[in-house]
Design a protein around this ligand. Sequence first.
Ligand SMILES: Nc1ncnc2c1ncn2[C@@H]1O[C@H](COP(=O)(O)OP(=O)(O)OP(=O)(O)O)[C@@H](O)[C@H]1O
Ligand SMILES: [Mg+2]
Length: 247
Amino acid sequence: MSGTPAILAKGIAKTYGTGDAAVQALRGVDLQASFGEMVALVGPSGCGKTTLISILAGLLSRDGGKLQLAGTDPDALGNEARTLWRRQHVGFIFQQFNLVPQISVLENVAIPLLLRGERRGESLDRAAQLLERVGLKGREGSAPGKLSGGQQQRVAIARSLVHGPSILVCDEPTSALDGATGQRVMELVREQGCRPDRLVVLVTHDERIFHFADRIVHMDDGRVTREVDAKAEVAALRAAQGMERSS
Ligand SMILES: Nc1ncnc2c1ncn2[C@@H]1O[C@H](COP(=O)(O)OP(=O)(O)OP(=O)(O)O)[C@@H](O)[C@H]1O
Ligand SMILES: [Mg+2]
Protein backbone atom coordinates (compact mmCIF):
# COMPACT_ATOMS: atom_id res chain seq x y z
CA MET A 1 0.00 0.00 0.00
CA SER A 2 2.96 2.35 0.43
CA GLY A 3 3.03 4.97 -2.31
CA THR A 4 -0.77 5.12 -2.49
CA PRO A 5 -2.11 8.04 -0.40
CA ALA A 6 -4.22 6.70 2.44
CA ILE A 7 -6.87 9.38 1.95
CA LEU A 8 -7.40 11.51 -1.12
CA ALA A 9 -10.59 13.53 -0.76
CA LYS A 10 -11.56 16.40 -3.03
CA GLY A 11 -14.68 18.54 -2.87
CA ILE A 12 -16.61 16.15 -0.61
CA ALA A 13 -20.20 17.36 -0.29
CA LYS A 14 -23.08 16.00 1.76
CA THR A 15 -26.60 17.29 2.30
CA TYR A 16 -29.07 15.66 4.67
CA GLY A 17 -32.77 15.87 3.80
CA THR A 18 -34.40 17.77 0.97
CA GLY A 19 -36.27 21.01 0.28
CA ASP A 20 -36.78 23.33 3.26
CA ALA A 21 -35.43 20.68 5.61
CA ALA A 22 -32.12 20.27 3.73
CA VAL A 23 -28.95 20.69 5.80
CA GLN A 24 -25.71 21.11 3.89
CA ALA A 25 -23.36 19.32 6.27
CA LEU A 26 -20.26 19.29 4.00
CA ARG A 27 -19.66 22.01 1.41
CA GLY A 28 -16.60 20.78 -0.45
CA VAL A 29 -14.00 19.25 1.84
CA ASP A 30 -10.47 18.60 0.59
CA LEU A 31 -8.30 16.32 2.69
CA GLN A 32 -5.19 14.27 2.08
CA ALA A 33 -3.50 11.93 4.50
CA SER A 34 -0.68 9.42 4.43
CA PHE A 35 -0.24 6.06 6.08
CA GLY A 36 1.48 6.27 9.46
CA GLU A 37 -0.26 9.56 10.27
CA MET A 38 -2.74 10.64 12.88
CA VAL A 39 -4.94 13.52 11.74
CA ALA A 40 -7.12 15.32 14.28
CA LEU A 41 -10.30 17.06 13.08
CA VAL A 42 -11.48 19.91 15.25
CA GLY A 43 -14.26 22.47 14.96
CA PRO A 44 -17.51 23.69 16.48
CA SER A 45 -20.47 21.42 17.12
CA GLY A 46 -22.44 20.83 13.93
CA CYS A 47 -19.58 21.76 11.55
CA GLY A 48 -19.61 18.33 9.89
CA LYS A 49 -16.90 16.30 11.65
CA THR A 50 -18.95 13.15 12.27
CA THR A 51 -20.38 13.38 8.76
CA LEU A 52 -16.90 13.57 7.26
CA ILE A 53 -15.46 10.63 9.19
CA SER A 54 -18.56 8.55 8.47
CA ILE A 55 -17.89 9.11 4.76
CA LEU A 56 -14.19 8.30 5.26
CA ALA A 57 -15.21 5.06 7.00
CA GLY A 58 -17.47 4.05 4.11
CA LEU A 59 -20.50 4.19 6.43
CA LEU A 60 -22.19 7.07 4.66
CA SER A 61 -22.35 7.96 0.96
CA ARG A 62 -21.36 11.41 -0.21
CA ASP A 63 -23.37 13.51 -2.70
CA GLY A 64 -20.41 15.03 -4.48
CA GLY A 65 -16.64 15.10 -4.78
CA LYS A 66 -13.97 12.48 -5.22
CA LEU A 67 -12.68 10.01 -2.66
CA GLN A 68 -9.96 7.39 -2.69
CA LEU A 69 -9.18 5.43 0.45
CA ALA A 70 -6.00 3.45 -0.11
CA GLY A 71 -6.95 3.53 -3.79
CA THR A 72 -10.56 2.43 -3.25
CA ASP A 73 -13.70 4.56 -3.62
CA PRO A 74 -16.18 2.91 -1.24
CA ASP A 75 -19.14 4.50 -3.08
CA ALA A 76 -18.07 2.78 -6.28
CA LEU A 77 -18.48 -0.62 -4.63
CA GLY A 78 -21.82 -2.41 -4.40
CA ASN A 79 -23.42 -2.73 -0.96
CA GLU A 80 -22.03 -6.16 -0.26
CA ALA A 81 -18.53 -5.38 -1.52
CA ARG A 82 -18.53 -2.16 0.51
CA THR A 83 -19.45 -4.05 3.68
CA LEU A 84 -16.67 -6.57 3.07
CA TRP A 85 -14.18 -3.76 2.32
CA ARG A 86 -15.17 -2.01 5.56
CA ARG A 87 -14.80 -5.19 7.62
CA GLN A 88 -11.35 -5.72 6.19
CA HIS A 89 -9.95 -2.21 6.33
CA VAL A 90 -11.87 0.07 8.66
CA GLY A 91 -12.16 0.45 12.42
CA PHE A 92 -14.40 3.01 14.13
CA ILE A 93 -15.07 4.40 17.54
CA PHE A 94 -18.47 6.07 17.49
CA GLN A 95 -19.48 9.12 19.50
CA GLN A 96 -22.13 6.88 21.13
CA PHE A 97 -20.12 3.73 21.73
CA ASN A 98 -22.56 1.38 19.91
CA LEU A 99 -21.76 -1.71 21.99
CA VAL A 100 -24.06 -4.70 21.60
CA PRO A 101 -25.89 -4.96 24.94
CA GLN A 102 -26.88 -8.65 24.76
CA ILE A 103 -23.36 -10.07 24.57
CA SER A 104 -20.34 -9.87 26.86
CA VAL A 105 -17.63 -7.24 26.75
CA LEU A 106 -15.20 -9.86 25.43
CA GLU A 107 -17.53 -10.86 22.59
CA ASN A 108 -18.13 -7.20 21.74
CA VAL A 109 -14.40 -6.65 21.27
CA ALA A 110 -14.09 -9.81 19.14
CA ILE A 111 -16.91 -8.80 16.72
CA PRO A 112 -14.65 -7.41 13.96
CA LEU A 113 -12.63 -10.66 13.90
CA LEU A 114 -15.70 -12.92 14.04
CA LEU A 115 -17.34 -10.95 11.19
CA ARG A 116 -14.23 -11.58 9.14
CA GLY A 117 -14.67 -15.30 9.72
CA GLU A 118 -11.71 -15.78 12.04
CA ARG A 119 -11.73 -18.64 14.55
CA ARG A 120 -13.70 -17.98 17.69
CA GLY A 121 -11.01 -19.14 20.16
CA GLU A 122 -8.28 -17.03 18.58
CA SER A 123 -10.61 -14.06 18.20
CA LEU A 124 -11.54 -14.14 21.88
CA ASP A 125 -7.85 -14.45 22.89
CA ARG A 126 -6.95 -11.40 20.81
CA ALA A 127 -9.95 -9.52 22.25
CA ALA A 128 -8.79 -10.38 25.79
CA GLN A 129 -5.32 -8.98 25.01
CA LEU A 130 -6.80 -5.69 23.83
CA LEU A 131 -9.07 -5.49 26.88
CA GLU A 132 -6.04 -5.89 29.10
CA ARG A 133 -4.29 -3.08 27.22
CA VAL A 134 -7.20 -0.70 27.89
CA GLY A 135 -7.20 -1.63 31.60
CA LEU A 136 -10.30 -3.85 31.62
CA LYS A 137 -8.81 -7.22 32.54
CA GLY A 138 -11.33 -8.99 34.75
CA ARG A 139 -14.37 -7.40 33.06
CA GLU A 140 -14.42 -9.73 30.03
CA GLY A 141 -17.63 -11.50 31.09
CA SER A 142 -19.56 -8.36 32.05
CA ALA A 143 -22.51 -7.06 30.08
CA PRO A 144 -21.66 -3.66 28.54
CA GLY A 145 -24.55 -2.05 30.41
CA LYS A 146 -22.90 -2.88 33.74
CA LEU A 147 -19.86 -0.76 32.92
CA SER A 148 -19.31 2.95 33.47
CA GLY A 149 -19.28 5.32 30.48
CA GLY A 150 -15.49 5.48 30.50
CA GLN A 151 -15.21 1.70 30.67
CA GLN A 152 -17.66 1.33 27.77
CA GLN A 153 -15.60 3.78 25.77
CA ARG A 154 -12.50 1.70 26.39
CA VAL A 155 -14.36 -1.43 25.19
CA ALA A 156 -15.23 0.49 22.00
CA ILE A 157 -11.56 1.45 21.59
CA ALA A 158 -10.41 -2.17 22.03
CA ARG A 159 -13.03 -3.30 19.49
CA SER A 160 -11.91 -0.70 16.95
CA LEU A 161 -8.30 -1.92 17.09
CA VAL A 162 -8.71 -5.68 17.38
CA HIS A 163 -8.52 -6.42 13.64
CA GLY A 164 -5.65 -4.04 12.85
CA PRO A 165 -7.64 -1.72 10.54
CA SER A 166 -5.83 0.26 7.83
CA ILE A 167 -8.12 3.24 8.48
CA LEU A 168 -9.25 3.93 12.02
CA VAL A 169 -11.78 6.72 12.52
CA CYS A 170 -12.47 7.84 16.07
CA ASP A 171 -15.21 10.24 17.16
CA GLU A 172 -14.24 11.86 20.47
CA PRO A 173 -12.46 8.73 21.74
CA THR A 174 -11.55 10.24 25.12
CA SER A 175 -14.79 12.12 25.86
CA ALA A 176 -15.68 9.90 28.84
CA LEU A 177 -12.14 9.34 30.15
CA ASP A 178 -10.13 11.10 32.84
CA GLY A 179 -6.85 12.72 31.77
CA ALA A 180 -4.52 9.85 32.72
CA THR A 181 -6.72 7.13 31.20
CA GLY A 182 -7.13 9.23 28.04
CA GLN A 183 -3.36 9.45 27.66
CA ARG A 184 -2.96 5.69 28.15
CA VAL A 185 -5.55 4.71 25.57
CA MET A 186 -4.25 7.28 23.10
CA GLU A 187 -0.80 5.73 23.42
CA LEU A 188 -2.40 2.43 22.45
CA VAL A 189 -4.34 4.00 19.54
CA ARG A 190 -1.14 5.63 18.29
CA GLU A 191 0.88 2.40 18.63
CA GLN A 192 -1.73 0.19 16.96
CA GLY A 193 -3.30 2.67 14.55
CA CYS A 194 -0.36 4.58 13.07
CA ARG A 195 1.80 1.88 11.51
CA PRO A 196 3.36 2.18 8.05
CA ASP A 197 0.22 0.69 6.48
CA ARG A 198 -2.35 2.26 8.81
CA LEU A 199 -3.66 5.69 9.76
CA VAL A 200 -5.99 7.31 12.25
CA VAL A 201 -8.47 10.14 11.73
CA LEU A 202 -9.67 11.45 15.02
CA VAL A 203 -12.36 13.95 15.97
CA THR A 204 -11.68 15.62 19.28
CA HIS A 205 -12.30 18.67 21.43
CA ASP A 206 -9.76 17.39 23.95
CA GLU A 207 -6.65 19.58 23.75
CA ARG A 208 -4.86 17.19 26.11
CA ILE A 209 -4.57 14.64 23.31
CA PHE A 210 -3.57 17.00 20.46
CA HIS A 211 0.08 16.04 20.91
CA PHE A 212 -0.68 12.48 19.74
CA ALA A 213 -1.67 13.84 16.32
CA ASP A 214 0.66 14.82 13.50
CA ARG A 215 -1.71 17.35 11.98
CA ILE A 216 -4.70 19.33 13.20
CA VAL A 217 -7.36 20.03 10.58
CA HIS A 218 -9.79 22.79 11.53
CA MET A 219 -13.32 22.67 10.15
CA ASP A 220 -16.12 25.20 10.22
CA ASP A 221 -19.52 25.17 8.58
CA GLY A 222 -18.90 22.15 6.38
CA ARG A 223 -15.44 23.16 5.19
CA VAL A 224 -11.79 22.74 6.11
CA THR A 225 -10.62 26.19 7.16
CA ARG A 226 -6.97 25.50 7.97
CA GLU A 227 -4.46 22.76 8.65
CA VAL A 228 -1.62 23.08 11.11
CA ASP A 229 1.25 20.96 12.29
CA ALA A 230 0.16 19.46 15.63
CA LYS A 231 3.43 20.35 17.36
CA ALA A 232 2.99 24.01 16.41
CA GLU A 233 -0.64 23.97 17.64
CA VAL A 234 0.35 22.37 20.97
CA ALA A 235 3.19 24.88 21.43
CA ALA A 236 0.80 27.78 20.71
CA LEU A 237 -1.77 26.40 23.17
CA ARG A 238 0.87 25.99 25.89
CA ALA A 239 2.15 29.52 25.30
CA ALA A 240 -1.40 30.91 25.52
CA GLN A 241 -2.04 28.96 28.74
CA GLY A 242 1.26 30.24 30.19
CA MET A 243 0.26 33.82 29.39
CA GLU A 244 -3.12 33.27 31.07
CA ARG A 245 -1.45 31.92 34.21
CA SER A 246 1.06 34.80 34.43
CA SER A 247 -1.54 37.55 33.83
N1 LIG B 1 -28.83 12.15 10.12
C1 LIG B 1 -28.92 13.47 9.97
N2 LIG B 1 -30.05 14.02 9.43
C2 LIG B 1 -30.14 15.36 9.26
N3 LIG B 1 -29.18 16.24 9.60
C3 LIG B 1 -28.06 15.75 10.13
C4 LIG B 1 -27.87 14.34 10.36
N4 LIG B 1 -26.65 14.16 10.91
C5 LIG B 1 -26.11 15.39 11.02
N5 LIG B 1 -26.94 16.34 10.56
C6 LIG B 1 -26.67 17.79 10.48
O1 LIG B 1 -25.47 17.98 9.74
C7 LIG B 1 -24.64 18.97 10.33
C8 LIG B 1 -23.29 18.35 10.66
O2 LIG B 1 -23.47 17.35 11.67
P1 LIG B 1 -22.30 16.49 12.27
O3 LIG B 1 -22.92 15.47 13.15
O4 LIG B 1 -21.43 16.02 11.17
O5 LIG B 1 -21.52 17.59 13.12
P2 LIG B 1 -20.30 17.45 14.16
O6 LIG B 1 -19.26 18.42 13.72
O7 LIG B 1 -19.93 16.03 14.29
O8 LIG B 1 -20.94 17.99 15.52
P3 LIG B 1 -20.67 17.54 17.07
O9 LIG B 1 -19.34 18.18 17.45
O10 LIG B 1 -21.81 18.15 17.81
O11 LIG B 1 -20.66 16.04 17.14
C9 LIG B 1 -25.40 19.49 11.55
O12 LIG B 1 -26.07 20.66 11.17
C10 LIG B 1 -26.39 18.39 11.85
O13 LIG B 1 -27.54 18.91 12.44
MG1 LIG C 1 -20.08 14.66 15.87
